[in-house]
Design a binder for this molecule. Structure first.
Ligand code: NAP
Length: 253
């Protein structure tokens, strides 16, 4: 009988053990790009325009542990608008503990900033992203964004970085994170942002929760890009939840 390695039952893992399963590499000379998505069995990334309908308790556990570990949460403006993103609020003591163990977190327990990629800067300065953030968001935008919009986001407390003319290349994006010393990256989507990062060969790791549901519809997939690509991945770990959720961690080969 063939033995399958690195398969764990979620019920056997307490929160510390789960965090160790998702440890970032200890020594990082530059950004390590981890993405996290939830999908239905038939590949949908959203139901009625949001991912909430796909979430399970198991997916939520991993979602929160990944946020505890990350130094920055990178997200496309489409997702911020669709999901009305707020700031991240991981437990400060757990962040400090992860940092002490060298697996992620932060020395002072402060939450990771949300870094939003937006060509247009079309974000509402009164939104939760600004009003509900302990750590100010980082807005990565372009020279084409309207100056008044950018000024309003700055006035709402955001740090602003202009990283392209009309769009930001995936390489520029990763460079901005490196320049800010943000190495443990957690990209929470959406599919357009993730597709560009994957197309550029910059995704180191994908954490994918598959929810035990079929949803049909005409929606897209978790990775959308202008052209197709072939990025071989290796399965690093499978965590199985009692409710049927499959939590997979894939790394670039
Ligand atoms: N299932 C999941 O785990 C999951 C995770 C995340 C999101 N989602 C779902 O995905 C949907 C949103 O995803 P999406 O693919 O439409 O949007 P997205 O990737 O989150 O955001 C796209 C937007 O990001 C900005 N952007 C992306 N690439 C850029 C670049 N190279 N240069 C400058 N700006 C760039 C642009 O913003 P501007 O238009 O402001 O210029 C663009 O419109 C929602 O339905 C959400 O619920 C699901």
């Amino acid at each position: 009988m063939q033995r399958i390695h690195n398969v764990t039952q979620l019920a056997d893992l307490d929160d510390d053990a789960l965090a160790r399963c998702y440890a970032y590499p200890r020594e990082l000379a530059g950004p390590w790009l981890r993405a996290n998505f939830v999908s239905s069995i038939d590949g949908a990334f959203a139901v009625d325009g949001v991912s909430k309908g796909l979430g399970t308790d198991a997916d939520h556990r991993v979602f929160h542990v990944l946020r505890e570990l990350a130094e920055v949460i990178l997200v496309g403006a489409g997702t911020v608008r669709a999901e009305n993103y707020g700031g991240a609020h991981p437990d400060p003591e757990r962040r400090r503990a992860h940092f002490r163990h060298g697996i992620g977190g932060s020395a002072d327990g402060a939450p990771p900033p949300i870094a939003v990629v937006t060509a247009s800067a079309r974000l509402d300065p009164a939104a939760k992203l600004f009003t509900d953030a302990e750590t100010p968001p980082l807005i990565i935008t372009t020279a084409h964004a309207e100056a008044e919009r950018v000024d309003a986001l700055r006035a709402a407390g955001a740090r602003i970085v202009v990283a392209g003319e009309a769009a930001i290349t995936a390489t520029s994006l990763v460079r901005v994170l490196a320049e800010h010393g943000l190495h443990r990256v957690l990209c929470e989507g959406g599919p357009h942002l993730f597709g560009q990062l994957a197309e550029a060969g910059l995704v180191d790791e994908l954490c994918l929760s598959t929810s035990p549901v079929l949803v049909g519809g005409a929606g897209g997939r978790i990775s959308l890009s202008a052209s197709g690509f072939d990025l071989p991945m290796a399965r690093k770990q499978l965590v199985l939840a009692e409710d049927g959720t499959v939590l997979a961690r894939w790394a670039r080969r």
